[in-house]
Design a protein around this ligand. Structure first.
Ligand code: AMP
Length: 426
């Protein structure tokens, strides 16, 4: 699809799209927008960086603008994602639109939200717990909410929000349009979709291709005792913003504290921080005021920081699919990025699961002490050239004994991951 005008959106939206520089729909937008405009329920699989927010926000806003009193509810798993979505929605509404959007998330003063709700916002974005708080207090009514978006549904269920979602739905009209997005389709998502969607259209965007082809992967074997030293080395040599994932809240704090001692300014993002602090850190990171952010998996879903260049997995995620979400924080909207994994001997099995997921056709064997770099075809080609001219391969610096680059692990489309998705479609 060449441009948004072909979609027949209202004038105000076309003006906003022009203003924010969205000229042409992304593939997920080209698929989803006409379906949503036609009134269909949707079960969408699109991850990260594909323009998913616009895919549901643009048509929902179009519908809200052209009705008198209909409302929309958008539910996200994390506060940061809710804030990001509300910003996109406000940009799309434009400054002069009388329709208001409100963000209801935990950790923020309820009084501020009550004030917002008194102004009768017609688009509500929030996290399940706080939405329920308002429903119970009767400060929020969803009687007119004829549009429901469940974003990152698999993550919401992982976070234990299933019951909260059931509760919210009790307050919504039966006659509504429901759009459910999920990166994966395990059994519980299918069950939920059968419960809440009516004859949904299924759409899926080859997220792995869009996501992984622009990311250069590097794995570095390291002893636990060397991890921190290696991180400092990596941070010193990398240009641009870096997101570092660590396993626990405590370790994010500890790493940042040590970095500060070593003269590297780093922010921390974890679920223990007050929301105002989380907001402040995200703002500084987005505005490029801090180059390094150390986070738990709270930052792994949906966050959009376009200039983010590197994702370092200081600790590997426990669930292989979270790796895809983590690295999807870089290479957004067609940009390129780098993903670096530190693998300690005790994490070999975790890496093996990730490698199977992103490289289904390769031979999978984790050999402690062997480092791997790959992902960029250009780089592999030039390595091959160096070899054919008898040059030494470029070496990688790392904190472990081995410095050998052994094979390319260019992330191919995850056929196995996709096969699972396709199977679940039946
Ligand atoms: P999302 O997957 O919704 O988080 O979007 C990823 C990035 O793509 C964000 O930085 C958006 O601003 C950008 N984006 C979304 N849709 C478009 C579009 N149609 N044209 C250009 N950029 C877009």
């Amino acid at each position: 699809m060449e441009n948004f005008e072909k979609l027949g959106l209202c004038k105000a939206l076309n003006t906003s799209l022009h203003k924010i520089g969205f000229k042409k729909p992304t593939p997920i937008q080209a698929q989803a927008i006409p379906l949503i405009l036609s009134g269909r329920d949707l079960l969408g699989s699109a991850s990260t960086g594909t323009g998913k927010t616009g895919a549901f926000a643009i048509p929902v806003i179009d519908k809200i603008i052209s009705s008198n009193d209909e409302c929309a509810l958008i539910v996200t798993p994390t506060r940061e994602l809710a804030k990001q979505v509300v910003n996109v929605v406000r940009d799309l509404l434009g400054p002069s639109c009388p329709i208001k959007a409100s963000c209801l998330i935990g950790g923020e003063a309820i009084s501020k939200q009550l004030n917002q709700l008194r102004r009768k916002p017609r688009i509500i974005i929030g996290t399940p717990g706080r939405i329920n708080d308002h429903l119970e207090r009767k400060s929020l009514s969803l009687k007119k909410a004829t549009y429901l978006v469940l974003d990152e549904t698999d993550r919401m269920l992982d976070m234990g929000f299933g019951i909260q979602i059931d509760e919210i739905l009790k307050y919504m009209p039966q006659e509504r349009q429901t759009l459910m997005f999920s990166a994966t389709f395990p059994k519980n998502i299918i069950t939920l979709s059968k419960k809440y969607l009516k004859n949904p259209e299924r759409i899926s965007v080859d997220a792995e291709n869009t996501l992984l082809k622009n990311i250069k992967h590097e794995i570095i074997n390291v002893d636990n005792s060397n991890k921190y030293k290696l991180l400092v080395e990596q941070l010193e040599k990398r240009e641009g913003a870096v997101l570092v994932f660590a396993k626990t809240k405590h370790s994010t704090e500890k790493i940042a504290k040590n970095l500060k001692t070593d003269g590297i300014k780093a922010g921390v993002l974890n679920g223990d921080l007050r929301q105002s602090k989380r907001d402040k850190i995200m703002k500084s990171f987005r505005e490029n005021k801090i180059k390094v952010l150390i986070a738990t998996d709270i930052a792994s879903r949906g966050l959009d920081v376009p200039h983010l260049k590197h994702v370092i997995n200081y600790d590997l995620p426990q669930v292989a699919e979270d790796y895809i979400h983590r690295i999807g924080r870089t290479a957004r909207a067609g940009a390129s990025g780098e993903a670096i994994c530190f693998i300690s001997p005790s994490e070999g099995h975790l890496w093996l699961n990730i490698d199977i997921l992103i490289n289904p056709d390769a031979k999978h064997q984790y050999t402690p002490g062997k480092n791997t770099s790959g992902g960029s075809k250009k780089k592999r080609d030039s390595a091959a050239k160096r070899k054919s001219f008898g040059e030494k391969p470029k070496r990688k610096s790392n904190g472990s004994a081995s410095k050998k680059t052994v094979r390319s692990s260019e992330a191919k489309p995850k056929k196995r991951f996709y096969a699972a998705k396709k199977k679940s479609k039946k």
